[in-house]
Design a protein around this ligand. Sequence first.
Ligand code: CP
Ligand code: NVA
Length: 302
Amino acid sequence: MKHLLTLADLSKDELYELLDLADALKKEVKKGIYTKYLRNKALGMIFTKSSTRTRVSFEVGMQQLGGKALYLNANDMQLGRGEPIKDTARVLSRYVDGIMIRTYKQSDLEELAEYGSIPIINGLTDYVHPCQVLADLQTIREYKGSLEGLKLCYIGAGNNMANSYINGGILAGMQVALACPKEYLPDTQICAKAATTGRFTLTQDPLAAAKDADVVVTDVWASMGEEGEAEKRRQIFEGVYQINDAVMAQAKKDAMVLHCLPAHREEEITAKVFEEHANEIFDEAENRLHAQKAVLVKLLGD
Ligand code: CP
Ligand code: NVA
């Protein structure tokens, strides 16, 4: 593992190694142990979009590991004035030991990885959000004991989260069922690859997708950068693509609910279901810290 651009680049062993390391690091912290695995290492964090969880968890994660994180708002960088990514990559490679970037195009990450000489971590693109799904898998395993054979159901837009749930869920050995409107389907190639496992289904019917699910997940109807489409999307998603009591009645009795956050109550999830599963959802948010520390140790550690 050299970078974390998408979970699709990982082997199953690498995925489980990261999850085991995330659990171990979490246990250490709970005992008050902060081993300085990344003493004197620096992480550049480039953001071209907003963030609460990703920014704070990476920054605190680096601090706990004995290193330093630099918040770099792309608009404040020369990048925002047109300096090429390939030059930014080569410059930052001389200063920092790794880059985490949140941006629009996956190809921008790939360019950073190609021209830089340091590990690149995907902090969300329009295509995938691998760090979030790592944290989700860690959370599901904590609650359910294992991942293999469990059914994960995603209801909503075929966006970066949908793509990453397919990548991560299938890699972990889960059954993955998605319900997305035909106008907003997940990535065709990701779906085609998942379909070859016989553990993937894609429907427009949330109730069918949720049948006997162990975990039910969703995400916002309009992602960052899609705000202009919010009204158009609302008309397609409203009343159908939502985690509510009817959906939960289809899932297993002990089904978990996760949400990457931020959540929009009464849109993709009802306030009632959200609050009934708030412990799981905020454990999931906490696990961003532990899961990403595992990624950082693996990629930036000696
Ligand atoms: N889930 C997530 O990535 O949250 P932020 O946008 O707050 O980083
Ligand atoms: N799909 C959402 C996820 C936010 C964490 C977005 O890209 O805005």
